[in-house]
Design a protein around this ligand. Structure first.
Ligand code: MEV
Length: 423
């Protein structure tokens, strides 16, 4: 217990590192060197990163890649992606190119409603509470007037406040279920400020406010994207067989949650990478998307696939609460650049772009899984990581890559080949 600490946040960066080294790292680990390697030499830029969170000791780098050739609603995009998994950007680029001469992706925002809730306990008579709410409702909206003023100017604000009786699920439990339109901001702070103000006003004898917080489950902040073409254009030799397998692969994910989770994980490879690159909150998106996938009571595929009249259609429907203003979107230089390369989309456009990134990733995964298997492409991309792990130099990398052309890549195979070269 000797390494418990108090007042830690008040130490400066070097003092924090010294404490870490003294208490949690072995002597042979050169933490100072590793951590400082990733500091930005531009003091102002480093300060910006230091200020994002507390106790910053370095920056954690991730590759920032771009996937070109995405045609979405007849506009060409290059999509920024921040992700460490080797094959994701390559897969996105391949699929984007494939669909670019088949009409591209079509995407549509279905709705943009966000949700927040004031959770409270009330032991008295239900009807008294309902009557109190009816009288109070307008006042609840009025007390947020100052907070919602700017949002209302932009066409957003509070849409509705509803009193929900949850006493069947939990004794004495009720909520104020509040819906919002937050336009181009993700709106978390706006929603939480409104909720806390509403909660304060709603307190009355016998009402016990438990908490007020936005919900990351946003089934009515929904976007749909799809691709379609005639079956014979799908595959150079057997479009029909390929299409049938794609339909079967999605059908399996719809009845088998073990498969659905992996299927949707592949979708999130695309979605998260763009969410992170554009400075949005990927944990909120992840939580909301998976809850949506389970909305029927069974966890299912987020994508759909069908063949009708020889036309193959592959689509996705996902809830995405995103922002293109505020938060990290306007402070992190790479988020700003990401939005810039996407032609500074509004939140609705970004929803469409990100849904497409998810759909493209799922198409790539299912295409590989139902044809060659996933490992061929994956390991090809992963080869360089293995070579780096084995500390191969440039010449060795070139030679191993040459020798493995057309062969299945595995860690032991690469190690063996490298050993022979070195010998
Ligand atoms: C790997 O990151 C993602 C996949 O497992 C997705 C899938 O199985 O559909 C390839």
């Amino acid at each position: 217990m000797s390494s418990l600490v108090s007042g830690f946040s008040k130490l400066n960066k070097q003092e924090k590192i010294n404490w870490l080294v003294a208490n949690f790292l072995k002597e042979n680990v050169n933490a100072n060197e590793i951590l400082s390697l990733y500091w930005n030499t531009d003091k102002q830029l480093q300060q910006l990163h230091d200020d994002f969170i507390e106790n910053t000791v370095s920056n954690y780098y991730m590759p920032f890649g771009i996937a070109p050739n995405f045609v979405i609603n007849n506009k060409v995009y290059t999509i920024p992606m921040a992700i460490e998994e080797s094959s994701v950007v390559a897969a996105a680029s391949l699929v984007a190119k494939f669909w670019s001469d088949k009409g591209g992706f079509k995407a549509k925002v279905i709705n943009t409603e966000k949700v927040g809730q004031v959770h409270f306990m009330f032991e008295g008579d239900k009807h008294t509470l309902q009557d109190y709410f009816i009288v109070k409702k307008q006042e609840l909206i009025l007390v947020t007037d100052n907070i919602t003023k700017n949002m209302r100017k932009r066409g957003g604000g509070i849409l509705e406040i509803e009193l929900r009786d949850k006493t069947l699920e939990l004794e004495n439990y009720y909520q104020l279920h509040v819906t919002f339109e937050t336009k181009d901001s993700m709106g978390a702070n706006f929603i939480n400020s409104c909720l806390e103000t509403i909660a304060k006003e709603f307190k009355k004898d016998g009402i016990n406010i438990v908490m007020s917080i936005l919900s990351n489950y946003v089934p009515n902040c929904l976007v749909k994207a799809e691709v379609s073409c005639s079956v014979d254009k799908l595959h150079p030799t057997n479009g029909k067989l390929f299409a049938d397998k794609m339909v079967q692969a999605v059908a399996i994910a719809n009845v088998e949650p073990h498969r659905a989770v992996t299927h949707n994980k592949g979708i999130m490879n695309g979605i998260d990478a763009v969410v992170i690159a554009t400075g949005n909150d990927f944990r909120a998106i992840e939580a909301g998307v998976h809850a949506y996938a389970a909305k029927s009571g069974t966890y299912k595929s987020l994508t759909s696939c069908k063949v009708e009249n020889e036309i193959f259609t592959f689509s996705i429907e996902v809830p995405l609460a995103l922002g293109t203003v505020g938060g990290l979107t306007s402070t992190h230089p790479l988020s700003k650049l990401s939005l810039e390369m996407l032609d500074n989309p509004n939140a609705k456009e970004l929803m469409q772009i990100i849904a497409v990134a998810g759909l493209a990733q799922n198409y790539a995964a299912l295409r590989a899984l139902t044809t060659t298997g996933i490992q061929e492409g994956h390991m090809k991309m992963h080869l360089v990581n293995i070579l780096n792990q084995l500390e191969a130099n440039e010449q060795e990398k070139e030679e191993v890559t040459k020798q493995l052309i057309g062969k299945v890549v595995s860690y032991s195979g690469v190690a063996e080949t490298l050993k022979k070269i070195r010998a």
